[in-house]
Write a protein that binds this ligand. Sequence first.
Ligand SMILES: [Zn+2]
Length: 321
Amino acid sequence: MNNVIAVDIGGTHFRVGLFDEEGRRLLVNEHATLRDGGRDWMLQQVRDHCRGLVEKSDYPVTACGVSFGGPVDFERQRVTSLHAPGWEDFPLGEWTRETLGLPCRLDNDANAGALGEFRYGAGRGLRSLVYVTISTGIGGGLISDGRLIRGRDSMAGEIGHLPVSENGVLCSCGARGCLETFCSGTAIAQRGQEWATRRPESVARMIEMSGGVIENITAQAVVQAAAEGNMAAEGILREVGRWLGRALLVVIRLLNPDKIVLGGGVAQAGKLLIDPVHEALDELKSPTIRYSTEIVLAELGTFSPLYGAAALALEAAPSQA
Ligand SMILES: [Zn+2]
């Protein structure tokens, strides 16, 4: 019996976990990501928590898998993020291997999330799956015939940057009209803030939940207000569902996967998000082109990328051969 280490590095939090060979979660540490900590702070945290878990493990630890919340060049095992200072072109795979003295495999959080759900979550027993993570931004991971499709430049599945509108706002990627500018947690928070500015009386509860400060309205506050029956908040999520449904129809037309799994923080809204998606898909449906692709919520909640990191570790572990 051997164990592996899984690491999930995100913009708001990071997790380090110990998993067994069956992908069972044995121990998990979760901490907030220090915004101004930068790369060196994060690396130190990863190193210390990983070593701590290796010490606590009852069995030998044979490999490490890392999910990074930003672009990764899988071939070169490097982070290619332009947005997170210090991470650009950083050889995180090699760093982890050398620091822990273990074989390591690195991928972005969307691919890791897809792998996590495919092996241990909503995709168990399937052949194909598309995982869409909706949090600060939107990412996607594609699995076809049991394999991740990474693409020529490690950028297959960038669902968040599907161009869905001609005249949208500027996206984090520098282009206009990307799906992400309509459906991400950032976009949902912005819609909430717009309502609070224009018609504060209609979203009084949302403002109250944010300590009376409009700029502090988050996607979570919008979701909470919608859960309490606020019409403006429900309207925002319905609109999000429409855009998302349209983009998912593109995914279905292209890949026709067994399942599309919605994960990430915003997907924790559950029915409030997925019902409008189903409604939109129902409206857009063709009477002649039928499909049986199911759209479901992530079974592993926000832990999909961490489980995926464990799956990556098991692929890298020598005992798997
Ligand atoms: Zn974009």
